[in-house]
Design a protein around this ligand. Structure first.
Ligand SMILES: *[C@@H]1O[C@H](CO)[C@@H](O)[C@H](O)[C@H]1NC(C)=O
Ligand SMILES: *[C@@H]1O[C@H](CO)[C@@H](O)[C@H](O)[C@H]1NC(C)=O
Length: 401
């Protein structure tokens, strides 16, 4: 009891010390967002302290905090929710209760969490998937892939692929009453990376018969190539996601080598033989002028590192590295970007690349948006921005899926 009270006291003291964090003026619900920022910074600080004094790893502490928000599968009046596995991958299935008249649409959803955290069990993602099933009268599948650092790249992709392939079988689609021509893959943040990479694989794999009709990428992470994009410069210290934190988490996802995050911070992490790929992430040609502003393009320095990480050139890690012929077969795409987000330019550059090869793209940009807002749709952190993103996404899906 004493130690719990001490921890709570410490948390409150830290929270109070973090409360003054400047937030861009046009962000709505200013005080709530400041409180959210302070809570996130406090948790990060506590996690790093615990790691430094050797009690537990930073990521273990953050996982404990996020797990407090996990819910059990609960069916309601409109949707039956069940826990099951596709091969051995855990999934949550949301099946509408309405009588089936024609085969249904389906959405396969990948949650965010920087490859290290999160689950379809988080209240906000459960709410989103339930809402999608109900509003679209669609079958929704939430996928729990393995997490880093216990399972590094490409475990997350492989789990996603296993779940998607399992679902796309004739027998399974028939069992759930799904129309095989109306299937979507969606995801937010690192879930958006998985959604983009999986869609590329499915569309280009001749052995997969049923293809994806649309993909929806919500503030997706699409490259680990250039760590000095304008959006990374402008939003280095947040809101919600800072550049330092993203570098730490990408390090956990990819490699044990401690020199990797250091090189990534300096934008000197890529091998010499990756030079030909820079055209695919060259923001000075791919970003619209409005977002380039007066930023000066700085060529990354290649081939100065001691580690060998050929994964850095893998399109499953950085879907933006796919070449034009790999992008050509992509389905109609929805991309949502937020102004105050280090990942903003990933999404913007993917919009340009897809448009350049003639893929149909719907792009929505939120001028007062910030990263991960969909995760804050449930109390106590109930942000109007999360609901706005949800409604934009669902309204596009309803018209296009
Ligand atoms: C990026 O594009 C600019 C032209 O806007 C060019 O000068 C530069 O060499 C390109 N950089 C790379 C690494 O391709
Ligand atoms: C694109 O990449 C694929 C896979 O690496 C390769 O087979 C193909 O030749 C490339 N196409 C072009 C136009 O470079």
């Amino acid at each position: 009891m004493g130690s719990k009270a001490l921890c709570l006291g410490l948390f409150c003291a830290l929270l109070a010390s973090q409360i003054y964090i400047p937030i861009p003026g046009n962000i709505e619900e200013h005080w709530k967002v400041m409180a959210l920022e302070a809570a996130i910074k406090t948790c990060t600080f506590m996690g790093i302290c615990l790691e430094n004094i050797g009690i537990m790893k930073y990521e273990e502490f953050i996982s404990i905090v996020i797990r407090l928000d996990y819910t059990q599968p609960v069916s309601d009046e409109y949707v039956t929710v069940t826990d099951t596995v596709f091969t051995d991958i855990p999934v949550h299935l949301y099946l509408p209760k309405r009588k089936l008249e024609t085969p249904r649409r389906a959405v396969i959803y990948f949650h965010g969490g920087a490859y290290c955290f999160g689950s379809f069990k988080q209240t906000a993602f459960d709410m989103l998937n339930r809402w999608t099933a109900n509003k679209l009268d669609a079958v929704v599948v939430g996928v729990d892939y393995r997490l880093a650092p216990q399972h590094r790249f490409p475990a997350q992709f492989e789990d996603g692929m296993a779940a998607v392939k399992f679902f796309l079988q004739n027998k399974i689609l028939t069992d759930y009453g799904v129309d095989p021509t109306r299937i979507c893959i969606s995801g937010d943040s690192s879930g958006g990376t998985l959604a983009a990479a999986l869609t590329q694989q499915v569309q280009n794999d001749l052995e997969i018969k049923h293809k994806i009709k649309v993909q929806a990428l919500l503030y997706p992470h699409l490259q680990i190539f250039d760590s000095y994009l304008p959006s990374l410069r402008e939003n280095e210290h947040g809101v919600v996601l800072t550049r330092d934190m993203a570098i730490k988490l990408v390090g956990l996802y990819l490699s044990e080598d401690e020199t990797f995050p250091k090189a990534l911070r300096k934008n000197q992490h890529m091998p010499l033989e990756s030079g030909h790929l820079f055209q695919f992430v060259n923001w000075s040609t791919l970003l619209p002028k409005k977002y380039r502003k007066n930023h000066v393009y700085i060529e990354p320095i290649l081939g100065t590192t001691s580690y060998s990480l050929p994964e850095l050139m893998d399109i499953r890690l950085s879907p933006l590295l796919a070449n034009d012929s790999q992008l050509q077969n992509l389905p109609s795409t929805y991309i949502l970007t937020c102004q105050y987000d280090i990942l903003r330019d990933d999404g913007l550059m993917y919009v340009s690349r897809l448009q350049n090869v003639g893929v149909q793209v719907a792009h929505e940009h939120i001028e007062d948006g910030f990263h991960a807002a969909l995760s804050y749709m449930a109390s106590p952190l109930y942000l109007h921005l999360g609901l706005r993103i949800r409604d934009m996404y669902i309204s596009w899906l309803d018209k296009n899926l």
